[in-house]
Design a protein around this ligand. Structure first.
Ligand code: ARG
Length: 579
């Protein structure tokens, strides 16, 4: 694995510089996998060594690299040392490369591949709370919620595989005037039977209808205000109707999340922090942070000069609290309950300012841990539509993905031999959604395109699944060749070595994704891996090769298959074995 070689190179350097202890750690952070695989496997950046104080910061860096390269002689691990543009390059022993990279596979270590890397030692560990999905009850589930769901799930998976204790939280929009309208309108337009049969659909219908009616019906508007006030005062009849709406929605969502392969440890929501939000207002007041605006609302002054040029409203003039007030209360409550080391919120970028203000207010209140809260913003998705029109519910998107995938699969003959083509189509369809979403920087907007995302060739989730299924089928067909027994000396074709060199990068890629919380590094790594595997299928046949050659090739495919599956799972994709 990469860390074995990185350590060897760092140790070698430290010895050469005759300062084994201090230089080793510094050197370790200067070694990385080299991407021009024809030239070398690893590079050592002299710039980093200079910054770390291991090398004198002056003089010609290229000359320094050349000198160092001549001092660092080859040995049993390093087969060749050279210098290039201020870097020292290392080519490791081929046989050892094959041995070290392929030995973890097929004997129960597959899932740990790359995860014990020293790169992760510097990352924050402890408890990470990730809040994602967070749809609003009775309102539309929009593309933004889908993005939040898959991105948050990815971040939670990644943090978990790197050893953090992860709490997955869904913060429902389960409070606000919409419940006043819904409560008042349900009596008129609602139907318990329909609510049981198709809860999300029915709540949404009632919500749309009551909104329309309320526009020209002042009595209904008043009834809505009354209902919401009853709710705020915890009056039992109002509360029990609200509770029914909430429970029914959560149950329904849980079912859909299951299809998506997503789960939550906690379903919290804005309603939980209604009373605490009033306490927050009092705390702000006693700390002298609450100001009254000209309009009579309660605000916190966030402008640098304290001249009220930038304020955040936390209290309406009628004394009710707002979205942000509940968020302040929720954050403090979570810190007390779960004592997280870091908290991550995933929403679209239109809420950037909201979270910026939230963290600023928390800091002003003396909660220094707000420094370890982070908002991960993402861009908008245009044109998410199904055949029947606009997407209203998450389930619509999943149904459409499955139907389209099933249609594509019906063209292929292997589909007929499948035990459960529907289930496969569902998993592959979802992976197409995820890969389309994760390929670029999260902050960019993108256009939703069913045809492009479902292509079997090209950089899609379908291609990842197809490659995985093909590898599984190869492994099934060769069960007679014992796993994990192989002779590293017989794998010498560049096609195979390139795959190994690529696998070397796995921990660096995870590290990069953990640093900036962007899935694109991992997605692109896996897509590249699949392209390399496609060439290997052609050039390194297992069938018809001598037993020892067949064995090591199969082990290579086994390793590639495991890393592909591990990476897909972190992305939130369930790999399929047949397709
Ligand atoms: N329910 C909100 C929406 O749909 C998202 C909630 C995000 N999380 C938060 N803590 N404010 O826009």
């Amino acid at each position: 694995m990469a860390c074995f070689f990185r350590r060897r190179i760092a140790a070698k350097l430290a010895m050469t510089l005759q300062q084994p202890e201090e230089a080793f750690t510094a050197a370790l952070s200067a070694v990385a996998v080299f991407k021009k695989q024809q030239t070398a496997d690893f590079k050592l950046s002299l710039n980093t060594l200079r910054l770390n104080g291991v090398l004198p910061p002056s003089g010609d860096i290229e000359l320094q690299a050349e000198n160092l390269a001549t001092q660092l002689k080859q040995d049993s691990v390093v087969e060749d040392v050279s210098a290039e543009r201020g870097m020292v390059l290392f080519k490791v022993n081929r046989q050892l490369l094959v041995q070290k990279l392929l030995e973890p596979f097929g004997n129960g270590e597959d899932e740990k591949f790359g995860l014990n890397s020293e790169l992760f030692d510097t990352l924050k560990r402890g408890t990470t709370l990730v809040e994602y999905s967070s749809p609003n009850i009775a309102k539309k589930f929009h593309a933004g919620h889908l993005r939040s769901t898959v991105i948050g799930n990815f971040i939670a998976n990644l943090k978990q595989s790197l050893g953090n204790n992860v709490i997955r939280m869904n913060y429902l929009g389960d409070w606000g005037m919409q419940f006043g309208l819904l409560g008042a309108g349900f009596g008129q337009f609602g139907c318990q039977e329909k609510l049981k049969k198709n809860p999300l659909q029915h709540l949404f219908e009632v919500y749309v209808q009551v909104n329309k009616e309320a526009e020209h019906d002042d009595g209904l508007k008043q009834a809505a205000r009354d209902f919401f006030r009853q709710l705020e005062q915890h009056e039992s009849q109002a509360v029990s109707l609200w509770q029914q709406f909430r429970e029914i929605t959560v149950t329904e969502y849980q079912h859909v999340y299951k299809r998506l392969g997503v789960h939550f440890d906690i379903y919290s929501g804005e309603s939980f922090h209604q009373d605490q939000a009033q306490e927050v207002v009092q705390q702000l007041q006693s700390r002298g942070l609450l100001k009254t605006s000209e309009k009579g609302t309660g605000v916190v002054d966030l402008s640098p000069d304290r001249d009220m040029s930038s304020v955040s409203t936390v209290l309406r003039s009628d004394g009710t609290t707002l979205y942000i007030t509940r968020d302040i209360a929720a954050a403090i409550d979570r810190k007390e309950k779960y004592n997280f080391n870091e908290m991550i919120y995933v929403t679209d970028k239109s809420q950037m300012n909201h979270f910026h203000q939230l963290f600023q207010i928390l800091l002003a209140m003396g909660h220094s841990w707000a420094d370890r809260c982070q908002h991960v913003p993402f861009g908008l998705v245009q044109g998410m539509k199904t055949r029947t029109g606009e997407v209203v519910f998450l389930e619509d998107v999943l149904d459409e993905a499955r139907a389209r995938m099933l249609h594509n699969m019906s063209q292929s003959k292997t589909t007929k031999e499948m035990d459960n083509p529907e289930d496969t189509a569902e998993k592959v369809g979802i992976s197409a959604l995820i890969v389309q979403d994760f390929k670029g920087p999260l902050q960019s907007d993108y256009k939703f395109d069913w045809d492009r995302m479902l292509q079997a060739q090209g950089d899609t989730g379908v291609f990842l699944q197809y490659t995985h299924a093909r590898l599984c089928s190869l492994l099934r067909r060769n069960e007679g060749l014992e796993a994990a027994t192989f002779d590293p000396a017989v794998l010498h074709e560049q096609t195979g070595l390139t795959i190994l060199q690529h696998l070397l990068r796995y921990d660096e890629v995870l590290y990069q994704s953990a640093q900036d919380l962007q899935p694109k590094h991992l997605v692109n790594f896996l897509l590249k891996l699949c392209h390399l595997i496609a060439s290997a299928h052609k050039e390194l046949p297992v069938k018809g090769s001598p037993r020892d050659v067949a064995q090591v090739r199969l082990q290579l495919f086994r390793g590639a298959c495991s890393v592909l599956a591990n990476g897909m799972r972190i992305l939130g994709i369930t790999p399929v074995d047949k397709m």
